[in-house]
Design a protein around this ligand. Structure first.
Ligand code: BGC
Length: 444
């Protein structure tokens, strides 16, 4: 047990009493009561994560906007105005700061910064300068994601990351953005969930015959209607082709960002579900190989790895299994299984000898009491890992706001804060105050 992070009984009782008085502590069952909060290491990052496309609104030059707004589409809703965070970022940052968080992970949007090939928008870059300055003004360390799934429409129309020079174009964008934004960036990742395309090979919600046929029809129509030689979108393209080019893109982008200006850690975030093998001859090892591809190696060469965990995958001799009977499901249809967080943090520490940040985890639920319990369980997992000696440097909840949940649209709610779809009014949920109280006390 790490003595520095072990709290005295009195400290725990005092802090817990404060949270209870604030009405932010979840009702605890006997199992949860056992895990007393522990002091997080000094400098531990507490934050939330969000992406540009899912929150800003009006991302009209992106591939996703095109696919959402043309028929046939695999999207339940178009992103539209999203949370209007492009205009309301100060309000969002005020909320994050008022909760006592000390970092803010968000995306810069390539489709805004380079709306036509080779044409860079100084005005869009100036916007992100203002966002970064607003983070610093509130003492929120800005953690920037250079790509969170969406690409400019022109890039998708020329084959996206399925054509080799897509890597160079992405790196050029990263370099240009860094020229202006670098001095203000606190930490950055090239790609969000760089291996997402590979995960699609294993996950049923992407790989089911109906979903795959729907997505194919959408992309075929987009290619035809835009007269594109090879329309390719990260969430729907060929995983094998894309991942080869993205690995190259990550390496080149990493170098371009490191060239500065600015001097900050540059890493990559990975989608890391706990992979559990079930029964003899199970295919867990193959699934692991498929999902991570070359990304473990790529993360080893980066400054840090961002772990992003939402559940577990159980794999038997036939492949992915259905959720285990009796395990509660989230609104996304997968298991509410927070111990996967500890398992993936351990996995990352074991395989990638770099500082580990939990850059995303969260739960899609309309029942905020379930979210509070999930947050509580997350903190217990992180605390356990730290006590085991793993260098977990931060925990960022996905997401600050209820936002655009890709093909699932707006019905799925991951936010600590509700957003009125007409007025964009933000309303804090109890989970926001719960996480905030623990962040303020630095208690995992
Ligand atoms: C992605 C987010 C997404 C979240 C919840 C993560 O995989 O980075 O964009 O909204 O999961 O599904």
């Amino acid at each position: 047990m790490d003595r520095n992070t072990q709290l005295s009984r009195r400290q725990v009782v005092t802090a817990t009493a404060g949270l209870l008085a604030a009405g932010t502590m979840p009702a605890m069952g006997p199992a949860m009561a056992a895990a007393a909060p522990r002091r997080a290491p000094k400098g531990f990052l507490w934050g939330t994560a969000i992406s540009a496309h899912q929150s800003e609104g009006g991302n009209t030059n992106s591939d996703s906007w095109y696919l959402e707004t043309h028929s046939p589409t695999a999207f339940k809703d178009p992103s539209g105005d999203a949370c209007d965070s492009y205009h309301r970022y100060e309000e969002d940052l005020d909320i994050a700061a008022s909760l006592g968080l000390n970092c803010y992970r968000f995306g810069i949007e390539w489709a805004r910064i380079e709306p036509a090939e080779g044409m860079f928008s100084e005005a869009a870059l100036d916007h992100y300068v203002r966002v970064l300055e607003a983070c610093h003004a509130r003492k929120l360390l800005p953690i920037v994601t250079y790509n969170h799934f969406t690409v400019p429409l022109w890039f998708a129309m020329r084959g996206g990351f399925e054509v080799a020079d897509g890597a160079d174009l992405f790196a050029r964008f990263c370099g240009r953005a860094t020229e202006k934004l670098g001095p203000l960036i606190g930490m950055a990742s090239t790609f969000n969930e760089a291996n997402i395309v590979l995960l699609r090979k294993v996950l049923p919600r992407f790989a089911s015959a109906a979903a795959a046929a729907n997505a194919r029809a959408m992309v075929v129509a987009a290619a035809r209607n835009t007269s594109s030689p090879q329309f390719s979108s990260m969430l729907f393209g060929d995983p094998d082709k894309i991942s080869v080019v993205m690995l190259d893109a990550h390496a080149k982008a990493h170098a371009a960002i490191k060239a500065g200006p600015g001097d900050f850690p540059v890493g990559v975030t990975l989608s890391m579900q706990e992979i559990q093998g079930v029964g003899p001859d199970n295919l867990a090892a193959q699934a692991e190989q498929t999902i991570y591809g070359g990304w473990i190696e790529a993360a080893r060469k980066s400054d840090f790895v961002g772990v992003q965990t939402y559940s577990r995958l159980r794999i038997d001799s036939k492949g992915l299994m259905k959720p285990e009977p009796g395990v509660p499901l989230t609104d996304m249809g997968y298991e509410n299984y927070p111990s996967a967080i500890g398992a993936t943090l351990r996995y990352a520490a074991r395989h990638i000898d770099k500082p580990v940040y939990l850059t995303e985890t969260g739960i899609g639920t309309t029942d905020d009491t379930i979210r509070v319990k999930f947050i509580d369980a997350t903190m217990a997992e992180v605390a356990k890992c730290i006590a085991e000696g793993i260098d977990v440097k931060g925990y960022l909840y996905w997401s600050l706001l209820d936002n655009f949940e890709w093909t699932s649209g707006y019905a799925k709610q991951f936010g600590l804060v509700a957003v009125d779809r007409k007025t964009f009014r933000r309303t804090l949920k109890p989970s926001a105050r719960y996480l905030g109280a623990r962040a303020k006390a630095n208690l995992l």
